[in-house]
Design a protein around this ligand. Structure first.
Ligand code: ZN
Length: 322
């Protein structure tokens, strides 16, 4: 925990005069924030953004533009580069009126204790995990899938988990590791271990299902946004003429990748395709004014995408509303 050392000045009331007197340094503990959930209405839908925690990313993870330019953009947006770029991990709970759907689930303990608050924040928001009937995963990276289980038990015992058949095929095919370059194999195997542990309790109950393009799950349209991972999908839902898109990891930074959307990130499995997907989807979102819900944009990660020139973009977060 971070502490701030502060020298307290105490005011001492004398009989005739007011004097100041320095005392021993006092430690002020940085207070814990209130629960990380935020509710936002789109049409008749209630979306609850759930904070899993905060990551700090190295600027060197950005690829495809000169590092100097990365640093300039970060400086422009007042991003702390010493500590790493502050990055939220969010999941979204959607109450459609007939179904309670969780889109992505956070990292649980897969990345350390700084993440893993989705379940606590879901309960704090007034829901119970037993009420969730559907889980939509944008892809199977651990910061999206690990939160569905704990120690081999389903965190959402009544939910069916959905992921694209392309994504399941890539991570669950025993022959896949051998197809990768040698230096990528250990990382891949490590990720697969996390995925298998997370999905096992759902597979045991036939509650792990795959879909393909054209399918519709609880009213959510599935959109192929491959690149970041081979079977990455986004989900779009419509209510009363408003559209909301749960975009997943087509973007990781509200600064560098909005200013220069052609910038890839180290985590992209196919960086070229990931960039093409972002360029195509950003243009579509900006043109059609869609509401966006993103796992790695600053919490609550809900807002709109604006472009003046069709080349660079701006993130317009929703305003806090009580
Ligand atoms: Zn992610």
């Amino acid at each position: 925990m971070k502490t701030l050392k502060l020298l307290f000045l105490t005011l001492t009331l004398g009989t005739t005069s007011l004097s100041t007197q320095a005392t021993e340094p006092t430690t002020i503990t940085a207070p814990k924030q209130v629960s990380g959930f935020y509710q936002h209405q789109v049409g008749d839908l209630q979306i609850t953004a759930l904070l899993d925690g905060t990551n700090f990313m190295s600027p060197s993870l950005f690829k495809g533009i000169p590092q100097q330019q990365v640093h300039e953009i970060l400086k422009k947006y007042y991003a702390d580069q010493e500590k790493g770029i502050q990055t939220s991990v969010n999941a979204f709970l959607v109450n459609t009126g007939t179904s309670l759907v969780l889109v992505d689930s956070g990292a649980a303990s897969c990345f350390g204790s700084h993440l893993g608050s989705v379940l606590t924040n879901l309960k704090a928001s007034g829901y119970q995990p037993e009420q969730v009937d559907t889980i939509l995963l944008t892809h199977l990276h651990p910061d999206h899938v690990c939160g569905i289980s704990k120690d081999g038990k389903a965190n959402f015992p009544n939910a069916t988990v959905y992921v694209s058949s392309d994504e399941a095929g890539y991570w669950l095919d025993p022959k896949q590791a051998a197809k990768l370059p040698k230096e990528k194999q250990a990382g891949y195997e490590g990720t697969v271990k996390h995925i298998k542990q997370a999905i096992a309790p759902y597979q045991d109950k036939q509650r792990f299902k795959t879909y393909k393009l054209g399918d519709d799950i609880q009213g959510f349209k599935v959109i192929n946004t491959a690149g970041h991972t081979p079977g990455h999908f986004s989900y779009e839902l419509k209510s009363k003429g408003e559209n909301v898109v749960f975009i997943g990891d087509i973007v990781h930074s509200h600064t560098v990748q909005f200013d220069k959307p052609e910038t890839a990130i180290e985590y992209d499995i196919d960086p070229k395709k990931a960039v093409q997907t972002r360029l195509k989807q950003f243009a579509n979102f900006a043109k059609n004014g869609k509401t966006i819900a993103a796992p790695h944009l600053p919490f609550p990660g809900i807002g709109h995408i604006y472009s003046q020139d069709g080349k660079s973009y701006q993130w317009m977060p929703i305003h806090f509303k009580d």
